[in-house]
Write a protein that binds this ligand. Structure first.
Ligand code: AHR
Length: 549
C-alpha cells in the first residue's frame, strides 16, 4: 500500500452521480476528519434520491448460441444431470440467490431467425433447424449437435417455466427480419390470452400451461441495424410502428423495447425517434425501453485469463464508457422525447474476449471470467444504479457458457464465476432509492500524461430502502488497498456489515476443479455515526449494508 503521507500530493479523481469528472482534483493538504488517515472518501447524500433502482437492471440474457441453452440451461428431463423438468437444477438454485428480475430470450441475432412455432408442442415432433450461428468461424471445428442444428426442445413454454423457477419475468425478443406483425400478434396471443378464448390459448394449455404466461416485455427485433435486418433507422422505425400497432394485450400491459444503436451511434437514435414520431408524437408512450448494446470488448492480446496489468486498466477504462453512452443517448433521445417518456434498456452488455477458454469447442463465445470481469460487472451495475432515473432494464450477456457469464456448465460439471458473486452482492440494491454520491480517490492505471486519463481510483453507488443504506464500491487498483472514509450527509449509522470480493491475483477465476477459488468474504467494520472507515483491498468489490438511526 502507498504511504499515507502522500495524501495531498497525489492526483485525486472524483466520481459522482454524473460520472467521472474529466478534470483531476488535487486535494490540498490536510487529512479527512476520521481517526485514521484516509486515501479515499465516499460521500453519500442521503436526502438526494435519483430514482428507484429497477430490479430489472439486474437482468440476464439467454440466446440459442453455443452452450447457453443446450447444456447450459436445458439438459432434458431424462438427463443424468440433476434437473427440474429438464432445466439444470444447479442453475436454478444459484439463480434464485441473485434475484434475477428478468431474463431475455431467444436472442440476440438468433431472435431474428427464430419462428416461435418451432418451439411448441410435443418435443418429439418439433422441427430441427440450422442455428443462426452455424457458420461462425469458431463453430467450424465444433462437432455437430444442438448448437449447430437446433432440436427446438427448449421453446416458449420451457423458457417461461425456467423464468418462473428462478423468479424472473420473461422478456421475449421477436423476429422482425423474417416474420410478420401477424406472427408477432399470434405469439402474444399464444402467451397471454386466457384459456378457452382463442385456439392459440388452447394450444398453450395443451402444451402444459393452462394459465396465461403473462409475458409483459417484448423486444421488437434485435440489432436491427445489423443481423436483425440491416435496416436504416427510418425503415426500422416503420417496422416498429407496424409491429406494435394495436397488438391486443389480453389484459397484460405490454412493454415494448425497440432496437437501439450499436454502441454510441447517436444518428441511429435521432433518426429512429424522428421517424417514429413523424405522424404522432403519442407513439412515444408505446415505447417502454430503448435498447442499447455495449460490449466493452477486450484488451491487448484479447486473452480472457492471460492479460497484462495495462490490459487490466485498459479494459476497466473501456467498460467505464457505459457512463457516457447512457448520458449521450439520453440527451439524443430528449431532442424529440423531451419529457423522457422512453427509458433505456441496456439489453446486452459485458466484456468479449478471444476464443480459447470456452469449456467445449461448440460453446461459441464461451469464456472464463476472472476478477477483471467481476470488476467490470460491478462498475457497470454501479453505473446503472447512478442512472436509475434513465435505465429501467439491463441484461448481462450472457447467463451461462458465453460472454461475461455468471456460470459455466458442461454435462454434470457446474461452477459460478466471480460475476455471479457480484450479482449476488449487488442484489441488495434492487428496488432501493438510488442516492447521490461522490467517490474521491487517487486516479490509477498506467497512462501517458496529456494523452490518456487515469482511471478513477474508486467508484460505486448507494441506495436506501427504509432504514437500510446499501453502498457498493469498486477499488480498481491492482496493487493498493484504500482506506476509505464513508461520510453520510443527513443520516447516521447504527451498525453495519461489509462483504468483499477480492483475490490474491487479478487473474483469479473459478473452474470446475476449483469452483471456490474466488468468493466473497465478510469483513468487520465499525459503522457508527456519520463518519466511519472501511478498508477496500486492491482489485476488489465491496458491499456495505448500513443500518441507519
Ligand atoms: O451476445 C452475442 C451477440 O452479440 C448477440 O447475438 C448479438 O445481439 C450481439 O451482437
Amino acid at each position: 500500500m502507498k504511504s499515507r503521507n502522500l495524501i495531498g500530493r497525489r492526483e485525486f479523481v472524483k466520481t459522482g452521480a454524473r460520472g467521472t469528472l474529466g478534470a483531476l482534483a488535487l486535494i490540498a493538504g490536510g487529512l479527512p476528519r476520521t481517526a485514521r488517515a484516509a486515501d479515499a472518501q465516499v460521500e453519500v447524500i442521503v436526502g438526494e434520491a435519483i430514482g428507484t433502482i429497477a430490479p430489472a437492471i439486474y437482468g440476464h440474457f439467454t440466446e440459442h448460441i453455443g452452450g447457453v441453452v443446450y447444456d447450459g440451461i436445458w439438459v432434458g428431463e431424462d438427463s443424468a444431470v440433476p434437473n427440474i423438468g429438464g432445466i439444470r437444477r444447479d442453475l436454478v438454485e444459484h439463480m434464485k440467490r441473485i434475484k434475477p428480475a428478468v431474463v431475455r430470450w431467444p436472442g440476440g441475432c438468433f431472435a431474428d431467425s427464430y419462428d416461435w412455432r418451432d418451439g411448441i408442442g410435443p418435443r418429439a415432433s418439433r422441427p430441427r433447424r440450422t442455428n443462426f450461428w452455424v457458420d461462425a468461424r469458431e463453430m467450424r471445428a465444433a462437432p455437430d449437435g444442438p448448437q449447430k442444428y437446433d432440436p427446438n426442445a427448449f421453446g416458449t413454454n420451457e423458457f417461461v417455466r425456467f423464468c418462473r423457477l428462478v423468479g424472473a419475468e420473461p422478456y421475449l425478443a421477436a423476429n422482425v427480419r423474417g416474420l410478420t406483425a401477424a406472427d408477432f400478434d399470434a405469439w402474444v396471443d399464444y402467451c397471454n390470452s386466457p384459456r378457452g378464448k382463442t385456439s392459440l390459448a388452447d394450444e398453450r394449455a395443451a402444451n402444459g400451461d393452462p394459465d396465461p404466461l403473462r409475458v409483459r416485455y417484448w423486444g421488437v427485433g434485435n440489432e436491427s441495424w445489423g443481423c436483425g435486418g440491416n435496416f436504416t433507422p427510418e425503415e426500422y422505425a416503420t417496422e416498429f410502428r407496424r409491429f406494435i400497432a394495436w397488438v391486443p394485450d389480453h389484459g397484460v400491459p405490454l412493454s415494448f423495447i425497440a432496437s437501439g444503436p450499436s454502441g454510441g451511434d447517436l444518428e441511429w437514435t435521432r433518426r429512429f425517434f424522428a421517424k417514429l414520431t413523424e405522424r404522432d408524437r403519442g407513439l412515444l408512450r408505446s415505447v417502454f425501453g430503448w435498447g442499447l448494446h455495449y460490449y466493452c470488448g477486450t484488451s491487448g492480446q484479447g486473452q480472457a485469463v492471460d492479460f497484462t496489468l495495462d490490459d487490466w486498466y485498459d479494459l476497466l477504462r473501456k467498460a467505464d464508457v457505459m457512463e457516457s453512452l447512457i448520458t449521450q443517448q439520453w440527451a439524443a433521445m430528449a431532442e424529440i422525447d423531451t419529457g423522457h417518456r422512453v427509458k433505456l434498456a441496456v439489453d446486452e452488455w459485458g466484456a468479449w474476449h478471444e476464443a480459447g477458454t470456452e469449456v467445449h469447442p461448440a460453446y461459441l463465445f464461451g469464456q472464463m471470467s476472472t476478477m477483471r470481469d467481476a470488476l467490470i460487472a460491478a462498475l457497470t451495475l454501479d453505473t446503472f444504479s447512478r442512472h436509475a432515473d434513465k435505465v429501467v432494464m439491463a441484461n448481462v450477456a450472457q447467463l451461462i457458457n458465453n460472454l461475461h457469464s455468471l456460470f459455466l456448465a458442461r454435462e454434470d460439471r457446474f461452477c459460478a464465476t466471480p460475476n455471479f458473486h457480484v450479482f449476488e452482492m449487488y442484489a441488495a440494491h434492487q428496488g432501493g432509492q438510488s442516492l447521490r454520491t461522490q467517490f474521491t480517490a487517487p486516479g490509477v492505471g498506467a497512462y501517458a500524461p496529456g494523452k490518456t486519463s487515469p482511471l478513477w481510483g474508486l467508484a460505486g453507488s448507494a441506495s436506501l430502502a427504509g432504514k437500510e443504506l446499501v453502498i457498493t464500491a469498486v477499488n480498481p487498483s491492482a496493487k493498493n488497498a484504500l482506506e476509505a472514509e464513508i461520510v453520510l450527509r443527513g443520516a447516521a449509522a447504527l451498525d453495519g456489515r461489509m462483504r468483499v470480493l477480492g483475490s490474491g491475483d487479478i487473474h483469479d477465476h473459478n473452474t470446475f476443479d476449483d469452483p471456490r477459488a474466488v468468493e466473497p468474504r465478510e469483513v468487520k467494520i465499525q459503522a457508527r455515526g456519520d463518519r466511519f472507515a472501511a478498508k477496500l483491498p486492491p482489485a476488489s468489490v465491496a458491499l456495505l449494508r448500513i443500518s441507519l438511526a
